[in-house]
Design a binder for this molecule. Structure first.
Ligand code: GDP
Ligand code: ZN
Length: 302
């Protein structure tokens, strides 16, 4: 602590007081709003600012980041983010790191399931390095056979899926088990029944939970922030906290971020079939002797 650099804009007095009261904590950023990062630690939630060094390096702390903070008694600021641990993945929209899984929620009916649109979500998540789990929603509106036939399209690709209904409660326990101990982001088109199924699983409205800002005395925020909403009655086996990423927009697909040559690699079911392609850089489109097109023709790939 002795060789602490003097913080900009702070008087000598404040500086020495800070050093006296400073403590280091490890924690996780659970909310970002304005310039503040709310860091959940064993000693509670601290409203922190990031050290200027991050901006100089072009680094931005993200919700979901595991960080080291140093507390301070500076007015309004409870701590500084000092270190960010390496990330396992990071999404741009919503801006959140270390996501364990994405619940990709699509209605089986109303609207009709679009495999094309669902595939776009899966490809985008594959690119982000976030594991998708597909929730086929509104199962009360279709036959069990139809729901199963939809699952069977994605199972050979290695994607897990559940058939659920917010209306009659099908699959709610499985979704709860899925969420336990993990950070989950919710994805899917509007009208798919995302809010309905999440609210049914939680037994309350997601929008009414959270609000860590209250603890810091800042009052209820009117701006919606990216936030990890803790599901307190749903801890993982080892006591790990469960979170849902609450964001105004849900997960968005940005196809323009994917380069043409990269696209084929984002379909896990292509990998073994592509070994039979004549060209190593085959995009499985117009090329002759394409193992992927052969597998499609033979019905091994949807
Ligand atoms: P979101 O836009 O994805 O969050 O979708 P909502 O949860 O707002 O639901 C969209 C519409 O689907 C609403 O009219 C809901 O009442 C309806 N809906 C949601 N879940 C179900 C369900 O399980 N079964 C049926 N039949 N309708 C549902
Ligand atoms: Zn090919």
């Amino acid at each position: 602590m002795k060789n602490q650099k003097k913080q900009k804009g702070q008087s000598k007095n404040r500086q020495s007081r800070d050093i006296e009261g400073q403590q280091l904590f490890h924690g996780r950023i659970i909310k970002a709003l304005a310039d503040f990062y709310y860091v959940d630690t064993e000693a509670g939630v601290f409203a922190c600012k990031a050290r200027g060094i991050f901006r100089k390096r072009g680094q931005t702390p993200l919700v979901g980041d595991f960080v080291e903070i140093r507390t301070t008694q500076a007015q309004d600021i409870e701590g500084y983010v000092e270190k960010i641990a390496p990330r396992k993945n990071a999404l741009q929209r919503p801006p959140v790191a270390n996501v364990d899984q994405a619940l990709v929620i699509f209605a089986l009916k109303t609207p009709d399931l679009s495999h094309n649109q669902l595939t776009r979500f899966l490809v985008a998540l594959e690119k982000s390095g976030v594991e998708p789990v597909v929730l086929f929603q509104k199962s009360d509106l279709c036959s069990a056979d139809f729901a199963r036939s939809c699952q069977e399209v994605y199972q050979p690709c290695g994607y897990r899926s559940l058939v659920v209904s917010a209306k009659d409660g099908q699959g709610l326990e499985e979704v709860r088990a899925l969420l336990a101990g993990k950070v989950s982001v919710v994805a899917g088109p509007s009208g798919a029944g995302k809010s309905s199924i999440i609210n049914a699983v939680l037994g309350r409205s997601l929008q009414e939970t959270g609000d860590v800002s209250r603890k810091t005395g800042r009052g209820k925020q009117t701006t919606r922030a990216t936030e990890l909403i803790e599901l307190p009655d749903l801890a993982g086996e080892d006591g790990a906290k469960s979170y849902i990423v609450d964001t105004p927009g849900f997960f968005a697909v940005d196809a323009s971020a994917i380069a043409e040559g990269e696209l084929a690699g984002l379909f896990p079911e292509f990998i073994s079939a592509a070994e039979q392609c004549r060209f190593q850089d085959c995009v499985h489109w117009k090329e002759p002797d394409c193992g992927v097109k052969e597998a499609v023709a033979a019905g091994r790939i949807s």
